[in-house]
Design a protein around this ligand. Structure first.
Ligand code: GUN
Length: 295
């Protein structure tokens, strides 16, 4: 039976470290980090995430500027908000919640964010820095959170075979870049599988560390997992459940109960990777503030 990687608990540890940094910036430098979160439209899940990010900022002593724009906003209207935040000295980090409504060109929005304020690590400058193993940019929140989960659970990826299912720009590709680095806490051999990979199970069964990030409910079953593997579940899928009070429940990309029988470590959903994403965002906001102040 697998050990559970408690993402909620580890995220709280990261938040405690962040709160100490915020306090030290205030005490020693009279500086307050500031994070802007921008939501375009009314997607209910996105609204929940943006509210959580804003609320957590305030809890940690980070200045929060939350902008909610109409779902019919034009590209120029969104760009105007980004430019305003780029030029606001109270703001060190800017996040535009993804995905925006279809009339918005997300790439152009990301390109408009000053790389120093790109706490999501979506801008090509920061993506490039991460790929090159440079540490003066940002790491994207979800893959970075997974690296911290591994580290704080005493799991060293060095020399291990990490298999990632999913090649998104938010998770799969940056996860590959972080795990393969010649760096402490990394040094894995990495395979990336995706929708065009035939016989995915042939790869996943070789994984010492298996990372599921495909957005398909309970896709990874026990027969796809090697005995003793570390299994990280990035999926957050809403599925109908007649017995749940709201008529639905959240499940990951991993069939948890049966995979937990075989794995050595596993992340639950919810309470695994999810809380780490916000923890690393707060960490990045403080890092952005320090770098912009030459600290
Ligand atoms: N949508 C889902 N995850 C993320 C994230 O990490 N950042 C942003 N901006 N949008 C998201």
């Amino acid at each position: 039976m697998a050990n559970i990687i408690d993402g909620k608990k580890i995220a709280e540890q990261v938040h405690a470290e962040t709160a100490l940094e915020v306090a030290s910036l205030a005490r020693n430098h009279n500086i307050q980090p500031g994070l802007a979160v921008v939501l375009v439209g009314e997607d209910p899940a996105s609204a929940v995430y943006v509210n959580m990010k804003s609320k957590k900022s305030l809890e940690l002593g980070i200045y929060s500027d939350k902008r909610v724009l109409d779902k019919n906003s034009t590209q120029d209207q969104v760009l105007a908000v980004v430019h305003e935040l780029n030029n606001d000295p109270r703001i060190h980090g800017i996040l535009v919640q993804s995905p925006p409504p279809p009339q918005i060109d997300e790439t152009a929005i990301v390109m408009a964010i000053r790389p120093e304020k790109d706490v999501d690590c979506f801008h090509p400058v920061n993506v490039g820095k991460m790929l090159n193993g440079e540490t003066d940019g940002f790491y994207p929140c979800t893959p970075h959170g997974i690296m911290v989960l591994l580290e704080k659970s005493g799991i060293d990826p060095a020399g291990k075979h990490a298999v990632i299912i999913g090649r998104s720009n938010i998770v799969g590709k940056p996860m590959m870049a972080l795990l393969v680095q010649k760096a402490k806490g990394a040094n894995a051999t990495v395979t990336v599988c995706h929708s065009r990979t035939p016989n995915i199970a042939e790869y996943t069964r070789q994984a010492d560390i298996l990372i599921a990030a495909i957005g398909k409910p309970e896709f990874v079953t026990a027969d796809m997992v090697k005995q003793g593997a570390v299994v990280i579940d990035v999926g957050i899928n809403r599925v109908a459940d007649k017995n749940a009070p709201k008529g639905h429940k959240l499940v990951g990309d991993v069939k948890y109960a049966e995979v937990a029988e075989k794995a050595s470590w596993i992340t639950p959903v919810p309470g695994g990777v999810g809380p780490m994403t916000i923890a690393m965002l707060m960490h990045n906001a403080v890092k952005a503030c320090k770098m912009q102040n030459g600290l």
